[in-house]
Design a protein. Structure first.
Length: 239
């Protein structure tokens, strides 16, 4: 569902000069204090999504945990908050992930890793897509988790039209480029109507990864994701 504002932004971005997000080495003075307007985090916070993909009903539950994890970066220790994401297909749990985030002093949120548990019939059958800054270091870390070397920009502090960054998993686990295609969209989902929504297009050089769009509402986070074969919409949120 695209509003006239969204359509206009999608047109304008084709002529906008793309500029990458800042790439300087970040500093983390208070990394667990997340104030980024597009990615709020509070221990106990929850987001619930429903949708469909490949002919099945999907439910995704995100929980902001009270636990933290510390990573070493450039000889310094950085404490990260933890987001748990549980994904269900036709009512059956098929994936659980723990994602680690820290906010830099400039307000950008960085991702320090993701541990993925692939589940079939209630049992863990794999850890595809897992990665960590510094590689596996805790007793329960899967040995196949990729050593990312450095965190990735998950959400800049003030993303602008045409700005791009490299979120999520590092290559070759997943090669993703995020580009802002609209700064002021309007969108209505089951959880409510939102304005001043940031629309981000995610692309990949990998042929097995579909292009995706994400709608980020201020003080809420992602309210909708859309790819060729999958859609998720926010149903309920504590934010």
């Amino acid at each position: 569902m695209n509003s006239p504002a969204t359509i206009l932004c999608l047109f304008l971005v084709t002529s906008a000069a793309s500029a990458p997000a800042p790439s300087e080495t970040p500093s983390f003075g208070d990394p667990t204090s997340i104030t980024n307007v597009h990615w709020p985090f509070e221990p106990g916070g929850i987001r619930l999504y429903r949708g469909h993909g490949d002919g099945v009903a999907l439910v995704v539950v995100e929980r902001c945990l009270a636990a933290t994890r510390v990573f070493e970066l450039g000889g310094e220790l950085v404490e990260c908050v933890v987001l748990e994401e549980c994904e269900y297909a036709n009512g059956a749990l098929f994936e659980v992930s723990l994602q680690y985030f820290a906010q830099a002093d400039d307000g950008a949120v960085y991702m320090f890793g993701e541990l993925v548990a692939e589940i079939e019939d209630g049992r863990i059958v794999g850890h595809g897509g897992s990665w960590l800054v510094g590689g596996p270091s805790a007793p329960r870390d899967p040995s196949e988790a990729v050593d990312a070397g450095a965190p990735t920009v998950f959400m800049p502090n003030h993303p602008q039209l045409g700005e791009w960054w490299l979120p999520g998993n590092p290559y070759p686990v997943l090669d993703t480029t995020a580009t802002v295609v609209c700064e002021d969209a309007e969108l209505e989902v089951p959880a409510g109507a939102f304005d001043r929504v940031l629309v981000v297009r995610e692309t990949s050089a990998r042929p097995d990864v579909e292009d995706e769009r994400k709608w980020w509402a201020p003080k809420v986070g992602v309210v909708q994701t859309q790819s060729k074969d999958e859609q998720l919409r926010l149903v309920a949120s504590s934010f």
